[in-house]
Design a protein around this ligand. Structure first.
Ligand code: LLP
Length: 431
């Protein structure tokens, strides 16, 4: 079986490589824990969406929560993408990376008045509004600023994305979006507000989705609404189908982006909506398999053979990356492939790969058959999405460094944080 991230992630002569660069050599040069990304892999992932959308009015808005490092954003700015943001902080990052606000859609259930004001002043393309309360607040902020806020209503289509409950968002029981049954009335209401200009409709049903059907169900529900809303005299210019396409971590077989988008377009055409502008908000599928997290093995701690065989003890491979660097395993029990950067010839043993953080939940992988020795470098694959962007400083651990590979070049795009930076904004009390 090929490695997740292939062909950009590959093994040559026992040596693990990303876009042709030895990962062990990068770990030596830049230290660990280290995130390494392939620009080529990001561009290739984007090209899948682009192929299917070619010749149609569209905007791919990279959901930057997946990885908001400036050089990653710059990569998508240069490729002509827009961005899906969920906070004013993300907007500042887009602008710092050279992006323009008129390609930004602002999602999220809890935008503050200050965030709305900043986004209006910067001139974002659209606010994806998730409740009536938010609509009222945005209307007031826009009128106070003497503007009209372009709005799309995020509809909760009540379809099951069949993914992990923490990352499923399109069910009635989730906090997201406006219920399908209330959508028409909410559009009428939006159209009546002086500070609001209805622009589109959107949905996002979840993440790490590996089938096309939930998307088709959501699209049908959305198109029913578009027809009803337009019949009520409120024109809908664009259709935003969100993000959510899954990637291969283990043996998942998600559709390719061009297949997914192609099938959605076929449905749109069949229902006579082919001319509408299409927006997508992919995150994970653009960057997930373009990145790895490198970590050095610190210590091996074996249980006694009898206890391990009885399940009463385990073998721990203690590494220098932890749940604060990569939260997905601890938070979702996510399985992510772990590969040694250099293969050894000895017999494999069963290991739990754990970090230095003082929590039993601090693991990166469990029950992995590996040959490891202190000083070896391991790579956690598929770590380009929701890795660095979810990192924390728990246990006062400075965040990892990041390197971007672009053809022959490997560039440090984020310096390793220092301990001093962690408490630079703190103050001691007067003695
Ligand atoms: N649009 C909206 C409104 C979203 O909430 C999200 C993700 C996306 C787009 C992008 O979804 P993607 O294409 O990346 O699936 N931390 C979790 C994933 C949380 C996703 C949150 N929303 C994880 O590590 O699996």
């Amino acid at each position: 079986m090929t490695l997740p991230g292939a062909p950009f992630v590959a093994r040559r002569d026992g040596e693990l490589e990303l876009e042709g660069h030895s990962l062990a050599a990068l770990a030596r040069e830049f230290g660990t824990p280290l995130y390494v990304y392939s620009r080529g892999a990001m561009r290739a992932a984007l090209a899948g969406y682009r192929r299917a959308l070619h010749g149609r009015p569209h905007l791919v808005c990279y959901a930057m929560k997946a990885n908001s490092s400036l050089a990653v954003l710059q990569t998508f700015v240069e490729a002509g993408c827009g961005f899906d943001i969920v906070s004013a902080g993300e907007l500042e990052r887009v602008l710092a990376a050279g992006g323009s606000a008129d390609k930004v859609v602002f999602s999220g259930v809890g935008k503050t008045g200050a965030e709305m004001q900043r986004a209006l002043e910067a001139g974002v393309r659209c606010f994806n509004v998730e409740s009536r309360g938010e609509l009222d607040r945005l209307d007031a902020v826009a009128r106070a600023a003497g503007r009209r806020a372009p709005v799309s209503l995020r509809i909760n289509p009540d379809v099951d994305a069949r993914t992990h409950p923490y990352i499923s968002t399109g069910l009635k029981s989730n906090k997201f979006g406006i219920a399908h049954g209330e959508a028409l009335a909410t559009y009428r209401y939006a159209a009546s507000l002086a500070g609001i200009e209805v622009s589109g409709i959107d949905c996002h049903i979840g993440s790490q989705i590996t089938e096309v059907e939930p998307y088709l169900d959501a699209l049908d529900r959305l198109l029913d609404l578009v027809e009803a809303v337009e019949a009520a005299g409120v024109p809908i210019r664009h259709l935003d189908l969100g993000g959510g396409l899954g990637i291969r971590y283990a043996d998942e077989a998600p559709p390719a982006a061009d297949e997914l988008v192609g099938r959605l377009i076929a449905r749109l055409d069949a229902r006579g909506h082919g001319a509408r502008e299409l927006l997508f908000e992919p995150g994970r599928s653009l960057v997930g398999n373009a990145g790895v997290l490198l970590t050095e093995v610190l210590y091996l701690k074996r249980g006694t053979a009898i206890d391990v065989a009885a399940g009463a003890a385990r073998n721990f491979c203690i590494v220098d990356a932890a749940m604060n660097d990569l939260m997905r395993p601890a938070l979702y029990e996510a399985w992510m492939a772990i590969e040694p950067c250099r293969l050894r010839a000895d017999a494999a043993e069963r290991w739990d790969i754990v970090g230095p953080v003082c929590e039993s939940g601090d693991w990166l992988g469990r029950d992995r058959m590996l040959v490891v020795a202190p000083g070896d470098v391991l790579a956690v694959l598929s770590a380009g999405a929701y890795g660095m962007s979810m990192a924390s400083n728990y246990n006062s651990r400075p965040r990892a460094a990041e390197v971007m590979i672009d053809g022959p070049r490997a560039t440090l795009i984020r310096e390793r944080e220092t301990a001093g930076e962690l408490f630079a904004r703190e103050r001691l009390l007067a003695r």
